[in-house]
Ligand binder design. Structure first.
Ligand SMILES: NC(=O)c1ccc[n+]([C@@H]2O[C@H](COP(=O)([O-])OP(=O)(O)OC[C@H]3O[C@@H](n4cnc5c(N)ncnc54)[C@H](OP(=O)(O)O)[C@@H]3O)[C@@H](O)[C@H]2O)c1
Length: 323
């Protein structure tokens, strides 16, 4: 049984814990919060036997095999590094670091300490996305010419000091949700040859919407993320022989539609829980096999993703005050 510990008892920690309960072979054994009462009540809710009032106490305890970092973007690098230096395996929320420098530092510490380290890019492990990747790779829709993916929701009514609208917490749409359309383009088409992007900014200084064109040798991807409206979030991958539509919301999808020669087939793949179950299973698989990184979402994949995001940032003037 793989013993999990969670750092940061916020939103995603709750969703993750509910899905962890659905996975065979793992259990939540510890929770750490900056507030001991909060840690205790979270631990009670999910039946975890250990609660800590500081993150450091969890890192140095012997209560877990792997630690899930579920705190704001700006804290990922420091906390993952502290956990790995204490010899713990780490699954860290996306974006794993806020820039290339942070991600490189994290990978270095993972290697030095010979621990497992992975970015929690859960969509990579979603069974529909895996199936779609297989269809693209085996040529079912021919050569891809066009890909479209977006991710948007209205968030301008949120707390301006919260992590989405606060530049000091690396707020804005790009790192939080723009990462998903970028990921899909990278997964299906690889690293783009050229990137064009344009962004609008909010009064707090964070980027509030961003449109991106990724140019490839024989394809273009049109990608978007935003915090000032909703979007349908249906992804489209179109090739010389057919198209795939990933059903909304595509990043947590449970099915797709395949269109070939005017014939359309709707495929419901399904999913267990909200879908975090699959990244959890991947971690279990890697740990049980003694691996220090996943083949499906490797250190190099995280490196490539942050490099692309750094490029998008440099083209649109997204700078965080702490950099
Ligand atoms: N994979 C997904 O689907 C998904 C979905 C949502 C979010 N995320 C990622 O998960 C991370 C956390 O997002 P969230 O929505 O769960 O955030 P959240 O609700 O604000 O929770 C973050 C938790 O981090 C801890 N924390 C540590 N330092 C903090 C600081 N300076 N300010 C605020 N909180 C701090 C707090 O826990 P304590 O008070 O208990 O210490 C807080 O409850 C983000 O990096 C985000 O990208 C992923």
């Amino acid at each position: 049984m793989i013993k999990w510990g969670i750092v940061g008892a916020g939103n995603i920690a709750h969703s993750f814990s509910k899905d962890l309960a659905l996975v065979i072979g793992g259990e939540l054994t510890a929770v750490a919060s900056r507030d001991l009462d909060k840690a205790r009540s979270f631990a009670n809710e999910y039946g975890a036997p250990n609660a800590f009032g500081s993150y450091e106490e969890l890192f140095t305890s012997n209560t877990v095999d792997v630690i899930y970092i579920a705190t704001p973007h700006t804290t990922h690098a420091e906390l993952s590094i502290a956990a790995m230096k204490a010899g713990k395996n780490v699954l860290c929320e996306k974006p794993v670091g806020v820039n290339k420098g942070e991600v490189e530092a994290m990978i270095k510490v993972a290697k030095e300490n010979n621990v497992f380290f992975m970015e929690a890019l859960w969509t990579r492990f979603n069974p529909t996305i895996k199936k779609v990747k297989e269809l693209v790779d085996n040529g079912t829709i021919g050569d891809i010419g066009y890909l479209h993916a977006d991710f948007a929701f209205y968030a301008l009514d949120r707390d301006e000091n919260g992590r989405l609208l606060n530049p000091a917490l690396a707020g804005g749409s790009l790192l939080d949700i723009g990462i998903y359309p970028i990921f899909l383009s990278y997964l299906m088409l690889g690293r783009p040859k050229d990137i064009k992007a344009t962004a609008n900014f909010y009064k707090t200084g964070v980027e509030v919407q961003i449109s991106m064109i990724f140019n490839y040798e024989k394809a273009q991807a049109i990608l978007y993320s935003g915090l000032n409206s909703n979007s349908e979030m249906k992804a489209e991958i179109a090739g010389s022989k057919g198209s795939i539509f990933v059903h909304p919301r595509w990043h947590e999808t449970s099915g797709y539609t395949l269109e070939i020669n005017g014939d359309s087939s709707v495929v419901e793949v399904g999913k267990v829980g909200k879908g975090y179950t699959y990244e959890i299973e991947e971690v279990h698989k890697c740990l049980n096999a003694g691996k220090t990184e996943s083949d499906l979402w490797s250190h190099q994949n995280s490196r490539d993703l942050i490099e692309i995001m750094d490029t998008v940032r440099s083209k649109t003037g997204i700078v965080f005050p702490f950099e």
